[in-house]
Write a protein that binds this ligand. Structure first.
Ligand code: CDP
Ligand code: CDP
Length: 225
């Protein structure tokens, strides 16, 4: 069976990583969470006190560490060199700084190189912000996953409540809006729907309903070859 690449982009909390993981499992493909790569670099920068606005130092840091994504029992594991950073990269401090790190052109160029290398054998489901537009412009299937800001904030709120984090729904909504704004307005590879992407608005849809819509697209693509 022909192996294809699937690009999934969209704003925070749209359901990208949950849906991408399910799709990868269904197809026996590799899931690549590009947001985790930007988060890992941000985590490292905060650890060693590199300024998130200092492009050159961030690139040097990226070139001097190894960011690895590995399959684990409970989902993907993320390592920086030999340190397991799967949980720390989801902390609020990283979340609120990551868009600054991701706004630098030289950082993005290096990430693009790493991400294309990971996808070169095809058979990947990759999620992020610029996958359909920049990283994998020839992906056979491109999805732009959206949802209302209220629903995205509520989804994230539930997750953070389960982790025992102290934050209100209104605060979280503001933080998500701010991150979406920086991601959409940066000069290099902003968050944008690729012209040939299919948009799926997941507001009010279950994860399974979204997955089914993408499965149908995959079947059409593979069946039509
Ligand atoms: O899961 P969540 O939507 O909160 O974010 P993420 O996918 O982990 O991405 C974290 C951040 O990394 C985004 O807000 C972007 O600033 C950046 N990112 C990016 O610029 N390009 C990508 N392809 C993926 C993530
Ligand atoms: O990766 P992204 O930031 O786009 O979103 P996510 O981390 O996959 O999804 C955020 C949360 O929304 C997760 O807890 C999902 O289980 C939930 N979700 C949902 O409730 N309904 C959907 N249709 C999609 C995701």
């Amino acid at each position: 069976m022909q192996r294809i690449n699937i690009a999934l982009d969209g704003p925070a909390g749209a359901g990208k990583s949950t849906v991408a993981k399910r799709m990868a499992d269904k197809l026996g493909y590799i899931y690549i969470d590009t947001g985790a790569m930007y988060r890992a670099l941000t985590w490292k920068a905060l650890q060693v006190q590199v300024d998130v606005h200092d492009e050159q130092q961030l690139v040097a840091l990226l070139n001097n560490c190894e960011i690895r994504l590995e399959p684990g029992e409970n989902g993907q594991k993320v390592y920086v060199d030999d340190e397991d950073v799967t949980n720390p990269i989801r902390e609020r401090e990283v979340t609120n700084q990551v868009s600054f790190v991701a706004s630098h052109e030289a950082v993005r160029l290096e990430m693009l190189r790493l991400q294309r290398e990971l996808a070169k054998e095809r058979g990947v489901v990759m999620d992020g912000r610029d996958i359909g537009t920049h990283v994998l412009p020839t992906a056979e299937i491109k999805i732009f996953l959206s949802a209302s800001i209220q629903e995205r904030a509520e989804r994230r709120f539930l997750e953070l409540q389960q982790k025992g984090e102290q934050i209100t729904l209104a605060e979280l909504e503001e933080e998500i809006k701010k991150r979406d704004e920086i991601d959409s307005q940066r000069k290099t590879a902003p968050l944008r729907k690729a012209e040939d992407a299919v948009e799926i608005d997941s507001t009010g849809l279950s994860i399974e309903q979204v997955v089914q819509q993408i499965v149908t697209l995959v079947q059409q693509k593979l069946g039509g070859e």
